[in-house]
Design a protein around this ligand. Structure first.
Ligand SMILES: *[C@@H]1O[C@H](CO)[C@@H](O)[C@H](O)[C@H]1NC(C)=O
Ligand SMILES: *[C@@H]1O[C@H](CO)[C@@H](O)[C@H](O)[C@H]1NC(C)=O
Length: 195
């Protein structure tokens, strides 16, 4: 009897120690809210470098615009650049320059006129991909877009899904701009490190 109890007690202690070891990281008090992780624990393999190429359709005219002005400066004479104007977009991203080509995702977010003297938009947006291995994953862009320049570069500041831990940059080139309607097609080359 005594031997059985001792065995039971020992297994209880072992189980308790095992559970403690599992849930309370060694060397940290129970109050701690952080711990250092190894890459292996997170399942992070080799870092990959991906190149994404697509076309962004900024449709501001017609019955179904995908980019709409949601705010502007109360003082309309602030500048020639429309300084203060804020546009919310849900612009389609397609594989080819034609709107009829396959949609691979959407650019969702804001662009706003942030430069009083030259065209310089603040871009705050997520590319939400809907195709292939990137379906359901996002990349976050935060940068300055001098839209009158031939080539613009904006940082990729992060991502989700397959793009967790992402960093990189996006290069934009306007392919077509309709002066009458304001609609534009922009070619994007995005270079991104991720796991
Ligand atoms: C706008 O304001 C600036 C500075 O206050 C002034 O120099 C300029 O003439 C104004 N422009 C217009 C179109 O009223
Ligand atoms: C992308 O993912 C969504 C949600 O899981 C799914 O409904 C959709 O069919 C997927 N699209 C493609 C092209 O795989």
């Amino acid at each position: 009897m005594a031997a059985t109890s001792a065995v039971k007690l020992t297994s209880t202690i072992i189980i308790t120690l095992f559970l403690s070891a599992t849930f309370i990281p060694a060397g940290k008090s129970q109050e701690s809210f952080e711990r250092e992780l190894s890459r292996q624990e997170m399942g992070l393999g080799r870092q990959k470098l991906s190149h994404l190429h697509f076309y962004f359709h900024d449709i501001v005219s017609g019955k179904n615009p995908t980019a709409v002005r949601v705010a502007e400066a109360a003082v309309t004479n602030s500048s020639v650049t429309g300084f203060g104007a804020v546009v919310m977009m849900d612009d389609p991203l397609t594989i080819g320059p034609e709107m009829s080509s396959k949609i691979v995702g959407r650019a969702q977010g804001i662009y706003a006129s942030a430069d009083m003297n030259n065209f310089g938009f603040l871009m705050v947006l997520n590319y939400a991909f809907t195709e292939g291995k990137f379906n359901g994953s996002t990349l976050s862009i935060l940068g300055r877009n001098p839209v009158a320049s031939v080539e613009r570069e904006m940082p990729v500041v992060g991502g989700s899904g397959v793009f967790r831990f992402a960093r990189g940059y996006a290069q934009a080139r306007t392919r077509t701009f309709d002066r009458k309607t304001g609609d534009a097609v922009v070619e994007y080359n995005v270079y991104v490190f991720h796991y």
